[in-house]
Design a protein. Structure first.
Lengths: 156, 371
């Protein structure tokens, strides 16, 4: 019991290290697509929190940010390493296009990325090769302003 | 444009967060059930020109159990059987497509829906069993293949199972159609048959591995007959067809005077002479063995049976016994490959040959004295 409490404290401390001090609050959620039969006979796709998820399910990773400080935030960059069990599939509907990376160092559009081969040379990168995404916001985030960014993936 | 400082911080943040992913072996069934998947984002920004960083919370979920399996008949066409054959087998493969090791429960059924059963199905096997292939040779080995469920089958792994039964002697028997029903059971305990899985219903809970059925309808008929989709079960079917109804068996019988009490070189059929009868049975159907061949012969009038003179299993050609077989007691007490007896009341000699291979011959002999 004591160990569990301690673990919870450690997790809580590590999960919110910057928000306590800084003016930017970032939260992430993972959603899963569910096909639901509607009354009119059509099939609707709903996204629900990913509590029940099996290989092959379509996931959406959502980042929400908010400027909780009094001054505007400039040069905001949000980066999200793609969990290795999730295959990147593209930006979610309504979300700006992220920059992608296959190595965690070099970011750019998917067409510009190449994957080094074990033998000499390299090949063009595909969605499955993406290991990290990031968004660079153009304008400043005013005090109290917020937004969401998200990308889609498939559970491997 | 990023400042050098914030770029450096951003990159270090990526490097730290990238270690969160759980190291798990991947397979074609996907991420193993129970794997925890976490996501954390990092942010870098400037406030009044001062660089700062922030991390998000960590969103986590547990991968649930996606239950799926494939059951297929291994052999092409029907199993060819003979009337009265015991231990006839049909082979099936069972593949675990679940993202976790599972047990598989096996059952055989002959009461199948009309529509699955072919119209020519007209008999049932008796003594029906399902056994798992123990040594992976895809051939049913009686006494070796004895397990009745598949224990702890790994994701993507397959096992061969057999439906085994006895064919009745009914002359009209033509085709028996059987179904193999495989149900996914709980894994985790070696050498113990897990209970059939039940899909998790109700509210999603994320502190446990939910069970989600993802199997197809085996017959592909929209759940109409037999199997249904998403039930954690699968079916496959096979027929046991009576292929050979009659064998070309022939018996050749000869009599040889062994002694007449007068001449040893050229004995004649005089009163008191001893005569050996030789019966040679031949199976001319090369592809099919004959089982339980029974020879009976009533000794001729005016002869007396020589006690203890029956032999079975000798080698004969053209009706002549060349090599003697195994001596058989008159009272039928001999046990072993060959059996036989002499009934003094009916004066009948009986010899039984349990297996006569295609193209094979076996001889039996007995002796009488002339009165």
């Amino acid at each position: 019991m004591f160990a569990r409490l301690l673990l919870a404290l450690v997790l809580a401390a590590s999960a919110w290290p910057a928000t306590a001090a800084g003016p930017l609050e970032v939260t992430t959620r993972i959603l899963v697509e569910r096909r639901v039969a509607a009354r009119d006979g059509t099939t609707q796709i709903r996204t629900v929190p990913a509590t029940r998820a099996v290989p092959g399910d379509r996931l959406t990773v959502v980042l929400a940010y908010r400027n909780t400080g009094a001054r505007p935030i400039d040069n905001l960059v949000l980066a999200n390493p793609v969990p290795r069990q999730i295959a990147y599939r593209g930006p979610a509907e309504g979300s700006p296009l992220p920059e992608l990376s296959v190595d965690g160092r070099q970011f750019g559009a998917l067409e510009s990325l190449r994957v080094a081969l074990a033998s000499a040379g390299s090949r063009a990168a595909g969605p499955d090769d993406v290991t990290a995404v990031r968004w660079r916001l153009n304008g400043p985030v005013a005090a109290g302003a917020s937004g969401t960014l998200s990308f889609r993936g498939v559970l491997k | 444009m990023l400042t050098k400082e914030s770029q450096r911080l951003l990159l270090s943040g990526v490097a730290v967060a990238a270690t969160i992913g759980t190291a798990q072996a991947q397979s074609t069934t996907g991420t193993a059930a129970g794997t925890s998947i976490s996501n954390t984002a990092t942010a870098s920004f400037t406030v009044n020109g001062a660089a700062q960083t922030a991390s998000s919370n960590t969103a986590t979920f547990v991968v649930d159990r996606k239950v799926n399996l494939t059951v297929a008949k291994l052999q092409a066409g029907n199993t060819q059987v003979n009337l009265s054959q015991t231990g006839a087998a049909a082979a099936f493969s069972v593949t675990n497509n679940t993202n976790a090791p599972q047990d598989f429960l096996l059952a055989a059924a002959q009461a199948l829906s009309v529509g699955i059963l072919p119209a020519s199905d007209n008999y049932d096997l008796t003594n029906l069993h399902v056994y798992v292939d123990a040594n992976g040779n895809n051939t049913y080995d009686p006494g070796v293949d004895v397990a009745t469920f598949i224990d702890e089958l790994a994701p993507d792994a397959s096992k061969t199972v057999f439906i085994v039964g006895d064919v009745p002697s009914t002359a009209s028997a033509n085709l028996a159609y059987v179904g193999l029903n495989v149900t996914v059971g709980a894994g985790g305990t070696v050498n113990s048959q897990g209970a059939a899985l039940v899909a998790t219903v109700g509210a999603d809970r994320d502190n446990q591995v939910d069970i989600v059925f993802a199997d197809n309808d085996s017959e592909g008929d929209g759940d109409l007959l037999g199997d249904a989709a998403r039930n954690g079960q699968s079916w496959a079917y096979a027929g046991f067809e009576v292929a050979v109804r009659s064998l070309n068996l022939t018996v050749n019988k000869t009599a040889t005077v062994v002694t007449d009490g007068v001449s040893t070189l050229n004995p004649k059929a005089l009163p008191g002479a001893t005569v050996q009868y030789c019966l040679t049975v031949n199976n001319a159907t090369l592809t099919t063995p004959a089982t339980n061949v029974s020879l009976t012969d009533v000794i001729p009038a005016n002869t007396t049976y020589v006690p203890g003179s029956i032999t079975v299993g000798g080698i004969g050609a053209g009706g002549v016994c060349l090599v003697g077989g195994v001596p058989i007691a008159d009272d039928g007490s001999t046990t072993g490959l060959y059996t036989g007896s002499f009934n003094a009341t009916t004066k009948t000699v009986t010899a039984t040959i349990p297996l006569l291979i295609g193209g094979g011959s076996v001889a039996a002999s007995f002796r009488v004295t002339l009165n």
